[in-house]
Design a binder for this molecule. Structure first.
Ligand code: ZN
Length: 287
C-alpha cells in the first residue's frame, strides 16, 4: 500500500526501530527493494534523488514506483530524496510521490526555513509528507565538525516548529558516500535531538556505519535511515563476479540476463540485512 512518512515513522519512533530508505533509481533496484520488503514483512521507503535523475528519468520511474507501492501488501513510501530545486520537488509531488525531502541545508538558515515551509504547505495539500535538513550532511570524509555544520538542538527545534516538517535529517558525524575515515557518530547529540524535536529524526549516509552505530542511533531516536552506496557496491560486485565467471560457450544474451539477476539478488540481500538490523522486520503486520 502507498503511504506517506507519517504512517511509518511515528510507529517506528514509538517502537524504537527504524525504517530504511533504500534508493531505487532503476526498476532492477525497485524489484530488489519490493521483494525484500514483502519477504521481511517490513515497511519500506523507496524512491530516487534529484542528483540521480540523470541516471533514471523521473516521469518514467514514478509510475513504476507508485504501481509497485499500490500492489504491495506492506506499507511503502514513495519518497523524493534530496530535492534541491523547487521545480523538481513539485514535479515529484505532481507525479504522485507520497513524500519529498526538500534540502536547502547548504543555504543560509533563514532561506532554508522559508523555502522548506513553502514546500511543506504545498506537499501537505497533496497529502504528502516532507523531510527537511538542518545542519549539513556533506560528503565523506567528515570526521569532525570543522565547518560548524553539525545540527544543534536549538536550531533543530526552531526549524521544525517554523517549517512543520514531518521528518528531520540531522548532521551528527554522518556523511554521504564511502567513508574514508571511521565515522564518529555524535550519540549524545542524537539523544538530545531525539528528546527535543517533535518530528522523527533521519540519518543519511548509512552505508559504512557499523551495526553498533545503527543500534545506538536508533535507540536514541533515529527513525529513518538512508541506504544507497551499500546497495550499489553489492550490485557492482555481483556483476563483476558474474562477468568473471563468463562461460565462453554461453550466448551473451543469457549472460546479460544472469548478470542482471545476480545484481538484483545481491541488492535484495543487502536490504534484507539492513531491515533485520533496523528492527523493521515483521512490523508491517503490527498495529
Ligand atoms: Zn542524503
Amino acid at each position: 500500500m502507498l503511504v506517506n512518512l507519517d504512517s511509518v515513522l511515528k510507529k517506528a519512533r514509538a517502537g524504537r526501530y527504524a525504517v530504511g530508505l533504500f534508493n531505487t533509481h532503476d526498476t532492477d533496484m525497485l524489484e530488489a527493494a519490493m521483494c525484500a520488503a514483502e519477504e521481511a514483512r517490513s515497511p519500506i521507503i523507496i524512491g530516487t534523488a534529484e542528483i540521480l535523475l540523470p541516471y533514471g528519468d523521473l516521469p518514467l520511474l514514478a509510475p513504476a514506483f507508485i504501481a509497485a507501492a499500490r500492489r504491495a501488501s506492506v506499507p511503502v513510501v514513495v519518497h523524493y530524496d534530496h530535492g534541491l530545486t523547487f521545480e523538481k520537488t513539485m514535479e515529484a509531488l505532481k507525479l504522485g510521490f507520497s513524500s519529498v525531502m526538500y534540502d536547502a541545508s547548504a543555504k543560509p538558515y533563514a532561506d532554508n526555513v522559508a523555502e522548506t515551509a513553502e514546500v511543506v504547505k504545498i506537499a501537505h495539500a497533496f497529502g504528502a509528507t516532507v523531510e527537511g535538513e538542518i545542519g549539513h550532511v556533506g560528503s565523506a570524509p567528515e570526521g569532525d565538525d570543522r565547518n560548524g555544520r553539525y545540527t544543534t538542538v536549538g536550531e533543530a527545534v526552531d526549524f521544525q516548529t517554523k517549517t512543520g516538517v514531518d521528518a528531520l535529517a540531522v548532521a551528527v558525524g554522518n556523511a554521504h558516500g564511502v567513508y574514508k575515515a571511521k565515522p564518529n557518530l555524535q550519540l549524545d547529540r542524537i539523544a538530545e535531538l531525539g528528546a527535543a524535536v517533535a518530528a522523527p529524526l533521519v540519518l543519511h549516509g548509512g552505508s559504512g556505519l557499523s551495526d553498533d552505530d545503527f543500534r545506538n542511533a536508533i535507540a536514541r531516536g533515529i527513525a529513518k535511515l538512508n541506504i544507497h552506496t551499500d546497495m550499489v557496491l553489492a550490485g557492482m560486485r555481483a556483476m563483476r563476479e558474474q562477468c568473471a565467471a563468463h562461460d565462453a560457450g554461453k550466448p551473451d544474451t543469457w549472460d546479460y540476463l544472469d548478470t542482471r539477476k545476480a545484481k538484483v539478488e545481491a541488492i535484495k540481500k543487502v536490504i534484507l540485512e539492513k531491515m533485520e538490523l533496523f528492527g523493521s522486520v515483521g512490523r508491517a503486520d503490527r498495529a
